[in-house]
Write a protein that binds this ligand. Structure first.
Ligand SMILES: Cc1cc2nc3c(=O)[nH]c(=O)nc-3n(C[C@H](O)[C@H](O)[C@H](O)COP(=O)(O)OP(=O)(O)OC[C@H]3O[C@@H](n4cnc5c(N)ncnc54)[C@H](O)[C@@H]3O)c2cc1C
Length: 385
């Protein structure tokens, strides 16, 4: 029963401002930027703003420890939670690993070691749980300060599944050191020998992956942008650069620790998301119903792969596209898999994000008399599928 509005009020001090459309999509913000570290950090996922921010918190002694993940000694793609007290040791944690990391299992050991001022780097599901723990731990007098550095997360999967995915992308999966889904509609792979490969999204072998490749928890996630963090550091609104969302005072204070090391600019927004989102919803409906997806002929895929980076949505519009797609996916999969959980698991902002696509709550999917608690405009409708 996630209660995002209450958590947001507690953490950011106010409800989302309705007239600020991007608060509907991305959550609270005081400021938003595209950004790059002037001197990018080696082995970082992008330029390393996340790591640098955590380093600065330790250097300035604003926190006693940072909780994040490092590569597992037996498998560099497997995230292993760690407590870091030396800023230099964060070098080792740079980069993205695919896999579920029990990061929060480190909170109690950290407190037991006497670290009462913590920073945590986490993806949205970790941050939701962390914020719930924060209330308890502060009430119990165990935790003094918490700095939450969040990254967005579209989907995660097990590290074993991720290895399967890599094996379908390349003949030498064991030599892949880096993977990212870039905003120019390509996946970028980097290899141990220093080479790079870029694969258009449309040519990814997604249909060859098992149906449970992404778990239900990810397919029904309602927080793509990590709206309970103090600062979110992603890339999808950055049009090729990093994308920063300072959500509250603490987020802005953290950013000020590194602002002289950054090139900051205002995010751009280009193109229109509507067509892409509509197509995605059609395909997701088929997939959620177990029906085969409409596949594009091979020659069309090549043309579209060339066209999409040129005419598709970019910058903030790309981020809105992905947020709407994720919201639709969550509704359609949850409706299919766990319809009775809809009324407890789907916050109203998710319904609002996709309202223009005629995906409205059906009877029983929102609380009480069919009127939404937070947005009375969201009346229930009969099945439009
Ligand atoms: C599973 C996953 C999916 C993501 N999807 C998106 C997306 O759709 N859109 C988007 O804008 N951004 C996404 N991100 C975030 C993005 O990949 C970058 O991590 C982010 O932009 C920060 O870049 P950086 O150079 O500042 O990070 P770095 O300085 O390299 O630091 C990355 C930090 O992330 C931590 N980390 C790595 N793997 C994990 C993990 N599995 N769980 C928790 N923490 C981890 C590292 O320990 C490190 O502290 C995703 C991240 C993950 C882990």
């Amino acid at each position: 029963m996630p209660d995002y509005p209450a958590a947001e009020l507690r953490i950011h001090g106010r409800p989302r401002i309705e007239s600020r459309l991007d608060e509907l999509y991305f959550g609270h913000y005081k400021s938003m930027y595209t950004a790059q570290l002037k001197t990018p950090l080696a082995n970082a996922q992008w330029t390393g703003i996340t790591t640098r921010l955590a380093e600065r918190l330790l250097e300035e002694q604003l926190v006693d420890a940072v909780i994040t993940v490092a590569p597992h000694p037996d498998d560099s793609w497997r995230p292993q939670p760690v407590i870091v007290t030396d800023a230099k040791a964060l070098n080792h944690c740079r980069g993205m690993r695919m896999g579920y990391a029990p990061t929060l299992a480190m909170v109690e050991p950290a407190l037991k070691q006497g670290y009462r001022r913590l920073a945590v780097i986490g993806i949205p599901c970790q941050v939701y749980a962390l914020r719930a723990l924060e209330v308890e731990l502060k009430q119990q007098g165990k935790l003094d300060e918490l700095f939450v550095i969040g990254t967005p997360c579209s989907d995660n999967t097990t590290t074993d599944n991720f290895h399967l995915f890599l094996s379908k992308l390349t003949d030498a999966p064991e030599t892949v050191t880096y993977l990212e889904f870039c905003t120019d509609y390509h996946v970028e792979l980097r290899f141990t020998n220093g080479t790079t490969q870029r694969i258009p999204f449309l040519k990814l072998p997604l249909s060859e992956l098992p149906a449970d490749f992404f778990q239900t928890t990810c397919k029904t996630c309602v927080d793509y942008t990590n709206c309970l963090s103090d600062i979110t550091i992603g890339y999808m609104g950055g049009d090729g650069k990093q994308w920063l969302i300072c959500r509250n005072q603490r987020g802005e204070e953290m950013l000020s620790l590194i602002s002289s090391e950054l090139t900051l600019s205002q995010p751009v927004s280009k193109g229109s998301r509507t067509g892409s989102v509509k197509g995605f919803i059609t395909n997701t409906r088929l997939a959620a119903g177990g029906l085969p997806l409409r596949r594009m002929p091979h020659f069309m895929r090549s043309i579209m792969a060339w066209l999409m980076p040129r005419v598709g949505p970019r910058g903030l519009e790309f981020a809105r596209t992905r947020v709407e797609m994720k919201a639709a996916e969550s509704i359609l999969h949850l409706r299919q898999l766990h319809p009775k959980k809809m009324r407890y698991m789907v916050p109203d902002f998710i319904w609002s994000q996709i309202a223009e696509y005629h995906l409205k709550p059906e009877a029983g999917e929102i609380d009480g008399d069919g009127l939404s608690r937070f947005n009375p405009a969201l009346t229930t409708v009969s099945d439009e599928r």
